[in-house]
Design a protein around this ligand. Sequence first.
Ligand SMILES: [Zn+2]
Length: 486
Amino acid sequence: MAKFYITTPLYYLNGNPHIGHASATIAADVISRWHRMRGDDVFFVTGSDEHGEKNQKAAEQLKKDPQAYVDGLVETWKKAWGSLDISYDDFIRTSEKRHEAAVPDFLARLKKAGDIYKGFYEGWYCVHDETFITDTQLRDGKCPECGRAVTRVKEESYFFKLGRYQDLLLGLYAKNPSFLSPSYRADEVKNRVRGGLKDLSITRPSLVWGIPFPGDSKHTVYVWVEALLGYMTVLGWPGKGRFGEFWPADVHLVGKEINWFHTVIWPAMLMSADIPIPRKVFAHGWWTVDGKKMSKSVGNVIDPIKISKAYGVDAFRYFLIREKPLGEDGDFSEAALKARINGELVADLGNLVYRVLSLAERFDGNIEGTPELDKHLDIKRIDALMLELDLFGALNEIWAFVREANRYVNEKEPWKLQGDALGNVLYNLLEACRVISIMIGPFMPSTSAKMRSQLGVGQGYLKDCRFGKFDGKPKKGSYLFTKIEN
Ligand SMILES: [Zn+2]
């Protein structure tokens, strides 16, 4: 059984999840479910990055203990993932014992490799992004990432010799090109690395809310350095157990804004610690809302839970994958969501299933025939697209097949047929519906289950996505989707 280990970012808790978090987590869920359907042994991890100055300050403002503050937030996030049907196998919190206890082991390895030294950091710091910023990176004197005011810091600090890893990193990218995915984002990273790497400050002056630096508790481990370790501590590292089974990760799915941490700092630290490097870091794009950048001040932050309650969880999941390729930016609007629900989920899929089951229910002959509709189905290609994380491309192919099935109904006009001729058409359509119910499962789990129950078939795997004998017991149920009126 092939092992497959995928992670979302360990999200920095800051309010409730927005559409960007939801879309990345849904994408990781779709990928995980697809691999399970292939029969792979999947481990799917999400979690929360909880330490740092930002959370400490937020807790202080609310007059709360930082632990109590993040405990509350984590509950909200877990509930959100539950309501979006996210099938994660483990949720790692960086304030958990299993994580905190492992951090000194990792730093000891970097130290043993001669990669840690004490120095003095002078530069800028963005508390919002928990990021060090150089003079040249400033944009109009503000943080280049979030545009907020930055703080001048002059502090004693421990450093990691990132500068030493320039050639090794370039070697890694050359040897494993798909480590930097999608490929069109690779040059950005490579060029920056070629331009030279500065050593990285890996501590902050002692924060109450953080992990003390081993051997010098006047310092706290820089939140980014320990957060990335969560991908390993969730597997029980430094113990072997699950870590031995699932490491290195197959995919770290990350936002493009944190690609640098995952494709430069993280592999360099792993090389220093003599730990295998993950196979792929995939940077996903961002969502705008109604053509505008999402922000609290504009007031256009989309609450994924509200939207999925209003329009249906599966419709929301479908839209996020269908609307744009995972790596690219895209725009969210309720108008576009409604258009896809009415034009695709209702008119294509819902209509197909309803028509086919209505005919099948009235038919009392044998549902048998010769496969002909399956010539439009290329399951190998769809699987290959999914393995490349082209979820958009795969769903597009699946949808082309749904539309072919509708075209087949219109062309054959089964309402004019009877006997074996009708049995043959129904056989093809029911097999098409059964295969579609399997293929859409990772994208729309509840709709898939509803289809299976109406078709009277059991759970299927990827290997079942080919026409055989239809042995379901079809029984028309309610519409899969209902039209959204304006
Ligand atoms: Zn910032």
